[in-house]
Design a protein around this ligand. Structure first.
Ligand code: GLU
Length: 500
């Protein structure tokens, strides 16, 4: 039987980076075993829907490069609909089947009925010990239930859990899990608006879509026993998927779940793409807009909760697929590490060819410094590639694309003395005479010039660096001279000589 896994987000806001990790682990597992990776949109809670969230989820998966081969927006629609609201009417039959088999019941309790029960019992939950006080098809006569249904009285359908039974299941990450039904409650399966709840829709869909493995966040572990019972009560136990509950993604200090607020507070994105809240218009930063490479983000996320069992840290997507297995997923929560995220990104940038990097930074450079010739841009990015942590860092290297607007005052003060005794005319002539073909001959020629004019080579370099970069750091000076070309170098040297 071929593996079928699903990522099943609810479109209640932008996809959190933890959700991207869940999607990634599903993707890796499916690809490793030659299976299918499905995107299902769980939108049964219509009150919490956020406009734009579904489109955002699809776009985010595309950007990081873990596209589902089936689901909302993907594939040939063999198991469609993949959006739960589009399947709304088909869940009721399962809820009614449960009622017929005495595994569920109608409950007509109003808000105030429930309030009264809550007031009567501290820590009230609707279960075997309290349901006999509710207005439901267990306590009401068959005639009254029929009457209420005929009157279209609002009702929900609740699961009928046994009073005390131990529910066992095997979690691929956590091993044997056991929960007593005394810890559970008669969850609503079908709501008064006719919509299924998450639990019913999730189980029905996993069954209908022939899902073999449910790989999802640990926050769903408490729901799993209920799902196991639903499979049993619906007669689908033999088709029940295997469960794997992933460790939580924690704040950098390990103190609780990573939230949007941590990102705002500590200055890193928690969403793959920038997101504008449709109501408040508040903008949250995204990895894409922050200048991250999608493969670096995937590599970083893969390690938040999994390790390959070797010292290798940089993995292509294909290597991740080959190395991935559920038994190397950790049980303990994974602390988000912003420094490590930056390290991954810098490594990925270093590993790009100059041509690839030029393509990626072109929009940023064009916007900031105007259009550059392609071959120039390729050489320019090559000079600073090692210094980029984010693609956007290219903005800090204005001297590659424009003349020096402002000189660093420390650099200027350091070269004042040099400038006074500098053989200006001779130096300009010297530059005019150079071929500017290769950096090492240029470097030798500069050294010879210094010796011939009784100048310290270090002083000449300081002067050149200040002229060409505007400060005392930057790439190898002869490389930069070759990049800028004779005319631009002369212009910058003359300009710097005028600074006092
Ligand atoms: N709709 C759930 C969520 O938003 C999915 C849980 C599951 O994968 O079963 O995370």
């Amino acid at each position: 039987m071929s593996v079928r896994v699903r990522f099943a987000p609810s479109p209640t806001g932008p996809l959190h980076i933890g959700g991207v990790r869940t999607a990634l682990y599903n993707y890796l597992y499916a690809k490793k075993l030659g299976g299918d990776f499905i995107l299902r949109i769980e939108d049964t809670d219509q009150n919490r829907l956020v406009p734009g969230a579904e489109a955002y989820i699809i776009e985010a998966l595309k950007w990081v490069g873990i596209e589902p081969n089936e689901g909302v927006g993907f594939g040939d629609g063999k198991y469609a609909p993949y959006r739960q609201s589009d399947r709304k009417d088909s869940y009721r039959q399962y809820a009614e089947q449960l009622i017929q088999n005495d595994y569920a019941y109608y409950a007509f309790d109003t808000e105030s009925d429930l309030e009264a029960l809550k007031a009567k019992y501290p820590n009230f939950k609707y279960d075997a010990s309290t349901r006999l006080e509710g207005k439901n098809s267990i306590t009401l006569s068959a005639a009254e239930v029929a009457q209420r249904l005929a009157n279209n009285d609002p009702y929900v359908i609740r699961i009928k859990l046994p009073e005390e039974e131990h529910v066992h299941f095997q979690d691929e990450i956590r091993g044997n899990v056991m929960v007593s039904t005394t810890q559970m409650d008669d969850k609503v399966l079908l709501k008064s608006d006719g919509m299924p709840t998450y639990h019913l829709a999730n189980v029905c869909d996993d069954y209908i879509m022939k899902i073999t493995h449910v790989i999802r966040g640990e926050e769903w572990l408490p729901s799993a026993p209920l799902h196991v019972l639903l499979y049993r009560y619906l007669g689908w136990e033999n088709a029940m998927p295997k469960f794997a509950h992933l460790p939580l993604l924690l704040k950098p200090d390990g103190n609780g779940k990573l939230s949007k607020r941590d990102g705002d507070r500590l200055g890193f994105p928690v969403f793959p793409l920038e997101w504008t809240d449709p109501v408040t218009k508040e903008i949250s930063s995204g990895y894409k807009q922050g200048g991250y490479l999608p493969n670096a983000v995937l590599n970083m996320l893969a390690f938040l909760g999994w390790n390959p069992g070797t010292a290798q840290e940089i993995f292509t997507k294909e290597e991740l697929v080959n190395a991935f297995s559920l038994d190397h997923i950790h049980k303990a929560g994974a602390k988000f590490d912003f420094e490590k995220a930056k390290w991954f990104n810098a490594e990925y940038i270093k590993n790009l060819s100059n041509e690839q990097l030029a393509v990626l930074v072109k929009p940023i450079v064009t916007q900031k410094f105007g259009v550059q010739e392609e071959h120039y841009l390729i050489k320019a990015v090559g000079l600073v590639k090692e210094r980029l942590v984010f693609l956007n860092d290219i903005e800090h290297f204005a001297y590659l694309f424009t003349s020096i607007a402002q000189y660093d005052t420390t650099a200027l003060s350091k070269i004042t003395a040099i400038q006074q005794q500098f053989p200006k005319q001779a130096f300009e002539t010297f530059i005019q005479e150079q071929a500017f073909t290769d950096a090492s001959s240029l470097e030798h020629a500069i050294k010879d010039f210094a010796t011939a004019n009784a100048l310290k080579i270090g002083d000449v370099m300081k002067f050149l660096r200040t002229s060409l970069v505007g400060e005392l750091s930057g790439p190898v000076i002869s490389d930069l001279m070759i990049l800028l070309g004779k005319d631009e170098v002369l212009k910058r040297v003359q300009n710097c000589l005028q600074q006092q």
